[in-house]
Design a protein. Structure first.
Length: 245
């Protein structure tokens, strides 16, 4: 069943009004017929099961059959602080991170990052990334669309992460796997978790020092060196398994 996202203002007593690109997608791409069922979320806990009631000139009317509180989201909010990677790797990272349950993705301009985004270029990239997040959220039946933040400096990202309960930093010089297992094992459902992932060249030592000074816990992901597009998804997979209710 297809899922769509709307603003709470679009939800009325018995009907939800869908317009914009989703209206076009339902009518002209999916070619859905009157009576076909869809799922609708407002980005909150309630999920609406509806059927297509009518097509009007600029909107689709979806009749609410019933509403329920769905449990698709993780019990913890996970924030991925991703060092800007080369090429289109960020698109893959966003798509898979959303599928794995990430709450928000913050692109980070680190010292060793090759990519530099600013001005109009950053704006266009962010718009593209947000569209990928929405598409992945629909596909994976998320209750809301994870936000892709504007690009932050490493210093600003660390300051932002201060509001979180746990900060994890995969690092090749981190101690053994046992300590990593203990760190992850202590994370409880409901705690907010930040994951810092370096770009292709990894973190600069001063960046690691800054993060550690602010409470980040260095962890290892094993004896093998993982690519930047693999590292964050690995941590997210482990956390999803540990925190899924």
């Amino acid at each position: 069943m297809y899922r769509f996202f709307v603003e709470p203002s679009q939800v009325e007593e018995h009907v939800i009004r869908i317009h914009g690109t989703d209206m076009n997608h339902i009518k002209n791409v999916l070619r859905m017929k009157i009576g076909e069922e869809i799922l609708i979320s407002t980005g909150e806990k309630t999920e609406y099961t509806c059927y297509i009631e009518a097509y009007e000139e600029e909107e689709v009317l979806a009749h609410i059959m019933y509403a329920q509180e769905a449990g698709y989201e993780l019990a913890s909010r996970i924030y991925l602080f991703q060092g800007l990677p080369k090429s289109d790797k960020m698109e893959l990272i966003i798509q898979k991170a959303v599928e794995l349950g990430v709450h928000r993705i913050i692109p980070v301009a680190t010292k060793r990052a090759v990519v530099r985004l600013e001005g109009k270029k950053e704006e266009n990239k962010q718009r593209r990334w947000q569209a990928i997040s929405e598409s992945a959220a629909k596909q994976s039946k998320r209750m809301y669309v994870p936000e892709i933040s504007h690009v932050m400096s490493f210093k600003d990202a660390v300051q932002y992460a201060q509001e979180l309960d746990v900060i994890l930093l995969p690092y090749e010089r981190a101690r053994g796997m046992q300590e990593t297992k203990e760190i992850i094992g202590k994370i409880k459902p409901g705690q907010s978790v930040g994951i810092f992932i370096g770009p292709e060249g990894g973190f600069d030592e001063k960046e690691v020092e800054l993060a550690m000074e602010q409470g980040a816990k260095a962890i290892t992901l094993g004896k093998r060196i993982l690519r930047t597009e693999t590292a964050g998804l690995t941590v997210l997979s482990v956390l999803m398994f540990a925190l899924e209710e």
